[in-house]
Ligand binder design. Structure first.
Ligand SMILES: Cc1cc2nc3c(=O)[nH]c(=O)nc-3n(C[C@H](O)[C@H](O)[C@H](O)COP(=O)(O)OP(=O)(O)OC[C@H]3O[C@@H](n4cnc5c(N)ncnc54)[C@H](O)[C@@H]3O)c2cc1C
Length: 454
């Protein structure tokens, strides 16, 4: 439903953002019949953990973008407004939309997520491909498809044109590098590409997957190397050009594609909303997820520095943190309605995990983050992602079927940058089709306007 030109009844709870956090808030409040208006620039919820699958042509974008209308079909008290929010005023609990309309609520939940942070590296915003939205993943897929089609059609690519530098050794970078390594290997092994592109993953730190254990660091490096990727650690990117990357040791690598998994910061709209930005350009919240000095305002998910109940640094930007904090904010709003005290957020740590490629996954599970690898880690990855997906999808079994097939089978022969990838059998319903436009979304490189923040 679009926002244009309608008189509105006052909304009780206004939610900015329909990602894992905002959807969790709205569903929880919708269960109780609370009037909610959820605003998102896209008419769909995007499932970020599978973005790299879209970027590497292993899943169509539609399969990880679920229309909000479908998610809230059985929640009549939840209204969805598809519009860009150009300004949020936390003192007044209002959102100004790009069509000039202003929405207000008795409560406002900021769930606007994050955006790529290029840390001011020259050329990164213009030439690197971030991977934060479905539109980002589609742009990267189309770029790779163009390069690979030229090369597989027999046009000899310029030196380095098929080479890819992945910046950032966190889960996004590792998963993307693994999938790209497999893609290149498959095209080479099936005789379609004489000389596969070289994948290089770089990180300023001394390990890949820094938040994981040493065992996982070594496993990730070994698996990526086996997949043909080069791992460069302890080195920083100083400039990105359309055809090469420069490093702080004076070296450079030719690359026709640079994928940016090098960091993120709070969504742009949060930074002019009133409160001073906290660490990473995010909104600092109190233990109960409210914002100090702004009654009735909550911040959840990636846009917030969500404190850990252990008292140490803020929780990481993870799907389970977003989903649980979104739900918790709803519970606290319901407590306010009942004149009960709000409760501090208690995070249930489900562990951390990354899929490095087919048959290669790493997970740290349980309270002590016990490290596991291979099929057991994949099973943990699957369980966690099924839980995350269940917030927006009723058919978790369709995801499980697709994912087992992906992990288990050797797809090398079928992988192709231009072919129709195997789909998740969500639904045949026409209503389930999201409207994915590469024009939508917070402007990110390399489509023009840069959104580098710090
Ligand atoms: C590539 C990648 C891989 C990941 N893999 C994993 C993983 O394997 N496991 C895991 O636990 N976590 C993973 N994460 C992290 C996890 O996906 C995020 O923590 C989580 O999705 C954040 O949810 P959110 O609702 O806070 O933000 P988002 O999902 O980003 O949602 C924010 C929403 O706000 C909307 N919005 C923002 N600004 C505006 C505006 N001005 N106007 C209108 N709408 C606006 C956006 O369109 C978006 O829909 C990954 C993240 C990325 C990027």
């Amino acid at each position: 439903m679009s926002a244009g030109g309608r008189d509105r009844t006052p909304t009780q709870v206004l939610v900015l953002g329909g990602g894992l956090a905002g959807v969790a808030t709205a569903l929880q409040l919708g269960e109780e019949g609370v009037a909610v208006t959820l605003v998102d620039r896209n008419d769909y919820h995007q499932f970020q953990p599978l973005l790299y699958q879209v970027a590497t042509s292993q899943l169509p974008a539609e399969d990880i973008a679920r229309p909000h209308r479908t998610i809230f079909a059985d929640y009549p008290s939840v209204e969805v407004v598809t519009a860009d929010v150009v300004a949020a005023n936390l003192s007044e609990r209002t959102l100004r939309l790009s069509d000039g309309q202003t929405l207000s609520g008795s409560h406002l939940v900021m769930a606007a997520g994050a955006r790529p942070n290029f840390f001011g590296v020259p050329g990164a915003a213009e030439h690197a491909f971030p991977l934060y939205s479905v539109a980002d993943a589609e742009r990267l897929r189309l770029h790779l498809q163009r390069l690979l089609r030229q090369a597989t059609a027999g046009d000899a690519p310029a030196a380095g044109a098929l080479d890819v530098v992945v910046v950032g050794g966190g889960p996004t970078g590792v998963e993307t590098a693994g999938a790209l390594g497999e893609l290149m290997a498959a095209l080479h092994e099936t005789g379609r590409l004489d000389q596969p592109g070289q994948i290089t993953i770089v990180d300023r730190g001394s390990t890949l997957l820094a938040p994981f254990s040493d065992k996982a660091h070594d496993y990730a490096a070994r698996k990526l190397t086996e997949a043909g990727a080069t791992v460069k650690l302890g080195i920083g990117v100083t400039a990105v050009h359309p055809d090469r990357v420069e490093f702080d040791d004076g070296s450079e690598i030719p690359a026709g594609t640079v994928v940016w998994g090098g960091g993120e910061s709070g969504s742009a709209v949060a930074q002019s909303a009133g409160p001073a930005s906290g660490r990473g350009g995010r909104l600092d919240v109190r233990p109960d997820l409210t914002i100090d000095g702004y009654p009735g305002v909550y911040a959840v998910g990636d846009v917030a520095n969500v404190p850990s109940s252990e008292g140490d640094a803020a929780l990481p930007q993870l799907g389970s943190v977003a989903q649980q904090s979104g739900r918790w904010a709803a519970e606290n709003i319901l407590r306010e309605f009942r004149d009960e005290p709000r409760k501090p957020f208690a995070y249930k740590d489900k562990g951390i995990m990354a899929m490095i490629g087919r048959n290669a996954a790493v997970a740290e599970v349980g309270k002590r983050h016990h490290s596991v690898e291979g099929p057991v880690a994949f099973a943990a990855w699957l369980g966690l992602h099924a839980i995350l997906l269940s917030g927006a999808h009723s058919k978790a079994d369709a995801f499980l079927t697709w994912a087992w097939d992906y992990f288990d089978r050797d797809h090398a022969a079928t992988l192709e940058a231009s072919s129709a990838p195997r789909r998740i059998a969500w639904s045949e319903d026409e209503q389930d089709v999201p409207h994915i436009s590469l024009e939508l979304g917070e402007p990110t490189s390399p489509t023009g306007e840069a959104s580098s923040c710090c």
